[in-house]
Design a protein around this ligand. Sequence first.
Ligand SMILES: Cc1cc2nc3c(=O)[nH]c(=O)nc-3n(C[C@H](O)[C@H](O)[C@H](O)COP(=O)(O)OP(=O)(O)OC[C@H]3O[C@@H](n4cnc5c(N)ncnc54)[C@H](O)[C@@H]3O)c2cc1C
Length: 386
Amino acid sequence: MARDFFEVVVVGGGPSGSTCARLCAEEGLSTCLIEEHAVAGYPVQCAGLLSTAAFQECEVSRKPVLHEVSGARIVTGLGSELSFDAGKTRAVVVDRAALDQEMLAAAAKAGAEIRLKTGFFGISGSHILTRGLSGKEQIRFSVLVAADGPRSGVARALAMERPRVYLAGIQADIPREMDGRLVELYPDASPEFFGWIIPSGKGRARIGLCGTHDIPGRFERFLRSAGAESCIHLVSGTLPLGVMPKTYGHRTLFVGDAAGFPKPTSGGGVYTGVRSARHAARAAAEACRRKDSSDRVLKEYEKSWKADIGSELETGFRLFKLRQSITPEEMDRLVHSLRDPGVIRDILQYADMDRPGAIIRRVLGNPALYPALGILFKKMVASYFK
Ligand SMILES: Cc1cc2nc3c(=O)[nH]c(=O)nc-3n(C[C@H](O)[C@H](O)[C@H](O)COP(=O)(O)OP(=O)(O)OC[C@H]3O[C@@H](n4cnc5c(N)ncnc54)[C@H](O)[C@@H]3O)c2cc1C
């Protein structure tokens, strides 16, 4: 008969759930992770671009790394281009399935019990209901961690208020020879967000976009404009932006995509998801130590992730909202002005993919950008009063 009580139960075996389960098990807490699929990491719903810092946060071997990039090229629909190259690795392109599997294996090695092909389908007080290989079961917990991705069944079952915005994303692996050092960004391929072409090594690239409208149509046009003739692997997914208003409650901590942690400026969610999982593991350990999983104890989780990444995510969400009102002409003018050598120097020196606040503040102070920024500034002020 399967064990039916654990101090910590984690729902979801993505990077956030595996990290949280590993850290809880390392703290000596009895920990169980359930994952609805037979294997972690499938289906892939990610471009696999991680800053070097984000990759380190995952604490895995180099095996999932397919390629390394050192800069970016931004191309507008009206023809302006901006390229910068740090000359050293700034980000890696990973095989997400391999990354997730290694992270889950690390949780198991630390002592967490992993139940694959086991799906959460309900909650009642201090136990969850699961459906799996051995049929329907209940697992009791002291602390539950919802790491079950953008659609979070746990958040829905507990009627939690959800993240503010959901974007749809689609991406294909295609054969393509390109400058392997640079990630290419196409703001006008999807005007609420952007499109990307990421070199993934060995004559291959990942081409995709995220947005709110006409995603299949835009994707088809983007593929055509890039001259892509055949797709090797197709990925689609949902990107939740704007962290849910309350990330704890009902003895539960919400981490990663389940809570809306992806960065609103880039959609990258591995770094912030893993960071949120670290804070959640600490809060879960404290709740178990005190034998108290009430909001009074769990609220420390929200305090600590906010102190770490809260202001970056809030600034990012404001920029995301501003992005919604930028026309292709304004985007073109902005990218053109960013070509100033001083701005490029600042980007190379201060840009941090995971914490873009510092470079944004720095660049905003550069007089070369005043003409382009004037319009955006007025829009930003207007958006505050909406
Ligand atoms: C098109 C696209 C491209 C992206 N590109 C990048 C990128 O380049 N870099 C980056 O950092 N981020 C990217 N992201 C975001 C990134 O994929 C997510 O932020 C990241 O996967 C979040 O990890 P997570 O562990 O919180 O959730 P997930 O990775 O979604 O893991 C959730 C897990 O929970 C499981 N689960 C769900 N429901 C249940 C249930 N009821 N019972 C049991 N298990 C359940 C799922 O099977 C899954 O394994 C992209 C997203 C999209 C859509």
